[in-house]
Design a binder for this molecule. Structure first.
Ligand code: PGI
Length: 446
């Protein structure tokens, strides 16, 4: 068996997000978020579940950091809940909220675990949503004020900063399709929200750079490698359209100061337009230090004239699927890493990769062999991408522990730590011991 050994300082981590694990939704002065409001809306979430308690990480963070240290994590990606800091989105600060993150960061540093902070993972202060949320250009300014305060408090302690998590998902699932908070269904709104999210990103990057902090800042984009159903000209064209729409929409403005052509075509076809100062692209394209990508699966597309939106349809792949119904396709991670590094020549972190399975706790153990297989195969592709020239800096498993999976509630388990929600007991799954070994050996058997 050949051992694939990663570069010396490769960063092995896990990822979570505030609304999905913290709970304490209205405790210690925290303001309401759009996800508090959305998950309290009957019918929005599986079995009307919500994140009021979640994994109770707000009270159990010390135990959770101890478990991270037991696994041997080099880094831990988590998000700060904006309304826990600014209950109204701006203005009054909530000292108990600041103190929670200060204690969490200090605990991580004590255990030599690098904090990687996402400033925004979809839980917008409801007070700002009440003023238009991401449809209101001012929210971008308020985001940069929030970011500036966080940098001022923690900028010298935290080496890795991510402005936004998956603006595409927030804009499209939240504003066009209504599956996520704030639950709006307005196609034009998705483009306006997407633009203001990018503006927020750029303003925060400028604030970080002006602050002279010595860490690195980037953004996290969800990506899915795209393949043609057949090699026909029209299916190959469909690949370009899908790639631009789902993968490049939020990357091209940052690196090329423009939206992909496809985005304008969608707007024209739907008789939509929205205007903004072209100078926004000067802000949006403020240089970043790395690109974070979240990879789970691939897309196979075929030309489909009857689909008026993108003129294509998605075809189910032939391979096994996870509990989310997502095809398992590790080669897609390799392909997308090669493509993105070829096009933008920027350091990359895999800020999320993982799988949901119907884990069973039996005799105090969780034998999640399928998840181990999923992680093994994707870690191998990460190695091959590095071997073939990609400047890949780290890999964060989604997720550290089972948590609130948005519209699916607690029905989907992604953690390498099992959470018994009745008792809030944490139990390391076999995949946690697998990952502990990968980190110890800084690599994996081929
Ligand atoms: O679905 C698993 C995770 C979420 O729990 C994270 O919060 C989110 O960052 C995240 N993104 C993706 C891939 C894109 C996607 C997001 C939401 C729904 C479907 C696909 C998968 N995940």
């Amino acid at each position: 068996m050949v051992k694939l050994v990663f570069p010396k300082d490769f960063l092995w981590g896990t990822a979570t997000a505030s609304y999905q694990i913290e709970g304490a939704w209205n405790e210690d002065g925290k303001g309401e978020s759009t996800w508090d409001r959305f998950s309290h809306t009957p019918g929005a979430i599986y079995q009307n579940q919500n994140g009021d308690v979640a994994c109770d990480h707000y009270h159990r963070y010390e135990e959770d950091v101890k478990l991270m240290a037991e696994i041997g994590l080099k880094a831990y990606r988590f998000s700060i809940s904006w309304p826990r800091i600014f209950p109204e989105g701006r203005g009054k600060i909530n000292p108990k909220g600041v103190s929670f993150y200060e204690r969490l960061i200090n605990k991580l540093l004590e255990k030599n675990i690098k904090p990687a902070i996402t400033l925004y993972h979809w839980d917008l202060p409801q007070a700002l949503e009440d003023k238009g949320g991401w449809l209101n250009r001012d929210t971008a300014k308020y985001f940069s004020e929030y970011a500036s305060f966080i940098f001022y408090k923690f900028g010298d302690m935290v080496p890795i900063w991510i402005t936004l998590n998956e603006p595409f998902v927030n804009a499209f699932l939240g504003y066009a399709w209504g599956w996520h908070a704030p639950g709006k269904k307005d196609l034009k709104g998705a483009f306006v929200a997407g633009h203001n999210l990018l503006l927020a990103h750029g303003l925060a990057v400028q604030a970080y750079k002006e602050g002279g902090y010595n860490g690195n800042i980037g953004i996290t984009i969800n990506v899915a490698a795209v393949y043609p159903y057949t090699n026909s000209e029209e299916d190959l064209r469909a690949v370009q359209v899908q790639d631009a729409f789902e993968n490049r929409w939020f990357i091209e403005p940052i690196f090329r100061k423009k939206y992909p052509e496809v985005i304008w075509k969608i707007l024209e076809k739907n008789y939509l337009s929205f205007d903004f100062p072209i100078s926004d692209f000067d802000i949006i394209s403020s240089p970043i230090d790395f690109l974070g990508i979240n990879y789970y699966t691939r897309n196979i597309v075929a030309h489909d004239e009857s689909n008026k939106f993108l003129g294509l349809k998605r075809i189910e792949g032939p391979n096994e699927r996870t509990e989310m119904g997502w095809e398992i396709y590790p080669d897609g991670l390799y392909d997308i890493l090669i493509q993105l590094y070829r096009d933008y020549k920027i350091p990359i972190y895999i800020t999320e990769n993982g799988a949901a399975y119907n884990d069973k706790l039996e005799n105090g153990k969780v034998e999640d062999n399928k998840r181990i297989e999923y992680l093994r195969e994707h870690i191998k592709r990460a190695y091959f991408a590095i071997r073939d020239g990609v400047d890949l800096r780290g890999y964060f498993i989604w997720s550290l522990m089972d948590n609130f999976e948005w519209a699916h509630g607690y029905s989907k388990r992604f953690g390498i730590i099992y959470v018994d929600y009745d008792t809030q007991k944490r139990i390391l799954k076999d995949s946690a011991y697998f990952y502990k070994k990968v980190i110890e050996e800084n690599g994996i058997e081929e």
